[in-house]
Design a protein around this ligand. Structure first.
Ligand code: 2IT
Length: 444
């Protein structure tokens, strides 16, 4: 494989899809050397085949708002690769959603899902629907309209969607209700379901909890411990909530959260009460964190800025792609950051990653750090298939085990002397599994 040649071809065929091209370039660059030691990969054109989605569905979603006015959005499902299991991945509802963003997310999902050790292929979907300011009924009507198109493309052994930004328990409920009505079956074809209709304990917490379990292993490997560390978290959604909850419980001090309007700095650190308030803010659908500083006078609101200017030991981006750039990385490094655990998908720009790696600061990429979310979706699928439920302790123990095995895989492929290049480790480990499985299954 020649990465530059392959990328030039991809850029020509998919001009302007910058997030997708960014994600592909990162993976191919890091696996190139290993890939070229496997002639069977080149003989089977694995790289050329793996960067192209199996299929993409695009559909119109028409729904009626509370004023009785019809609204039109675009819906998508990208079934990227199912070499190791049924397509699996979340749905994102956000005004920024477009083909490039969903293709990057679907591509990342292939390798993340491979890392979980569970049999799941990669997919992603969603809509440019903006949930901000919408009523519950509007959300319901949108979800129902979205599912009237999506349902014919998904199924328990073909494609199992879940949540992502803008799609939480409420949306999954509305989506599942419509799926069940149309398909006339109840096999659990979405994950992140409520506990009354087939959900798994720990799934809501899993992305953030898993991220902290992974962070703990990164710290341990670097001779540090979590207790007493000061952490900057961005975002204030489900993922930030889970990470803040577990990090706080284990004795770390989380001093920031953020929204599109700016960030909150709370020098005393978050408490369970403050973390619960984050969820209230999220549920209000206004997409702002400013009210946090009014409710808790010790906390400051800094408008229009990101939390990476605060002096912390650990940075955990938990919001969205490219939310931490080269300048932010320089600022964090100047302030003595010791570890970066990326929880959002592709949260750091290539310049930021380069800066952390050049400074020999352990940087855990999203596809390893946040894999506990989809892993627990996989465990929800297992429970649905068995028609049985595991206890919270059983699910949490499996999540621990999975995060350990991902960390182990990163060490196996990413150790460079004293330093662990987690990006390289995660990309190679995920890629090897999918590539081998494609070789063994022939050219299809
Ligand atoms: O990015 C992700 O891994 C998710 N949004 C979760 C996907 C899933 O199927 O649980």
């Amino acid at each position: 494989m020649n990465v530059n040649q392959l990328m030039a071809d991809l850029e020509r065929r998919h001009p302007g899809e910058k997030e997708y091209l960014q994600a592909v370039r990162e993976v191919l660059m890091t696996v190139e050397e290993t890939y070229n030691r496997h002639p069977e990969f080149e003989a089977n054109k694995i790289a050329e085949r793996i960067v192209e989605p199996d299929r993409i569905f695009t559909f119109k979603v028409v729904w009626v708002d509370d004023k009785g006015t019809p609204q039109v959005n675009t819906g998508y499902r990208i079934q990227f690769n199912n070499a190791i299991g049924p397509y699996k991945g979340g749905l994102r509802f956000h005004s920024s959603v477009n083909l490039s963003i969903l293709k990057f997310l679907g591509f990342e999902q292939i390798f993340k899902n491979a890392l979980t050790t569970l049999p799941m292929g990669g997919a992603k979907g969603g809509s440019d629907f903006n949930p901000k300011g919408k009523s519950d009924r509007e959300i319901m009507r949108f979800c129902q309209a979205f599912m009237t198109e999506l349902w014919r493309h998904i199924g328990p052994e073909t494609d199992v969607p879940a949540g992502d930004i803008g799609v939480g328990g409420r949306e999954i409920g509305f989506l599942y209700g419509m799926y069940r009505k149309l398909a006339q079956e109840n096999t659990g074809v979405l994950t992140g379901k409520g506990m009354t209709y087939g959900g798994s304990l720990i799934r809501p917490e899993a992305t953030g909890f898993g991220a902290v379990y992974f962070l703990r292993q990164m710290l341990e490997r670097a001779g540090m411990q979590l207790k007493g560390q000061v952490i900057a978290i961005s975002g204030f959604g489900n993922v930030a909530w889970g990470a803040a909850t577990k990090a706080t419980e284990l004795g770390a001090k989380v001093v920031t959260i953020s929204g599109p309007d700016g960030y909150i700095y709370d020098a005393e650190g978050l408490t369970p009460e403050k973390i619960a308030y984050m969820l209230e803010l999220r549920a209000s659908n206004n997409d702002v964190v400013e009210p946090f500083a009014e409710k808790f006078p010790g906390a400051k609101f800094i408008a229009g800025k990101k939390p990476w200017e605060v002096k912390v030991d650990i940075a955990m981006p938990c919001a969205t792609q490219n939310e931490l750039n080269g300048e932010d990385a320089k600022q964090l490094l100047a302030n003595g950051v010791k570890i970066v655990a990326e929880v959002s998908n592709m949260g750091c720009t290539p310049e930021a990653i380069d800066a952390f790696i050049a400074a020999k600061i352990p940087y855990g990429p999203g596809k390893a750090v946040n894999a506990g979310g989809v892993a627990t979706s996989g465990l929800e699928m297992s429970q649905n298939s068995m028609k049985m439920n595991w206890t919270a302790e059983e699910v949490d123990a499996k999540l621990h085990q999975i995060m350990s095995s991902i960390h182990h895989a990163c060490l196996e492929y990413g150790t460079e002397g004293d330093y662990v290049n987690y990006m390289k480790g995660a990309n190679i480990a995920g890629f090897m599994k999918v590539a081998k499985s494609m070789v063994e299954q022939g050219i299809i």
